[in-house]
Design a protein around this ligand. Sequence first.
Ligand code: ADP
Ligand code: MG
Ligand code: MG
Length: 208
Amino acid sequence: MGLDVTWAVKWLTLSAQAMAEHRVELIELDRAIGDSDHGENMDRGFQAVLDRLAETPPDTPGAALKLTAMALMSKVGGAAGPLYGTAFLRAATALGDAAYIDAPTLAAALGAARDGIVARGKAESGDKTMVDAWTPAVDAALAAAAGGDTLSVLIAAAEAAEAGAVATDPLVARKGRASYLGERSAGHRDPGAASSALILRAAAGAAA
Ligand code: ADP
Ligand code: MG
Ligand code: MG
């Protein structure tokens, strides 16, 4: 057994709901250290994901994530569109045609997503970006996969991503638009780390 396409579609549906619910909050975070559009970008992008899921229902988790990558790349724009697009595309490639995802495969797919974000954006840990949510999430997922089931992997990833997002508060941004503010970027949460934590929490919620 393991996670199947029904889980993937539920994950993406819960992600879209989370982006709609937290739209204003993500806009406010981006207003402080960016250009106020992150909530709008993510809400628009995930609504496009829902449209495509309805148009062409995927057969496998990998197909669902590939469709998501395409929708986010074409609709999100800004820095986050290509970064999330690459993340979902790399995760889709890691899953291939598999109908079911086990815990080690799941952790590996999350690692592939994180590696895609790093390859695309060249941010390191501590640069105050979404990488600061993804890297602890992947570390926690890999640890949980050694002996745990898929739900425990996703819960560990979501908790670590949330802690990672909170931990961006005091950091000075070294990548992206927030880096233009220099020291003044400290004291605010990174919007992309916050949206990443919401997406990973949705993944756990879909498996529960
Ligand atoms: P933009 O900054 O173009 O308006 P968004 O507001 O949608 O795009 O997304 C901003 C988020 O993108 C940031 O909060 C950060 O998490 C992420 N980001 C920006 N640049 C990078 C990068 N080089 N590597 C990783 N993440 C990045
Ligand atoms: Mg922005
Ligand atoms: Mg922008």
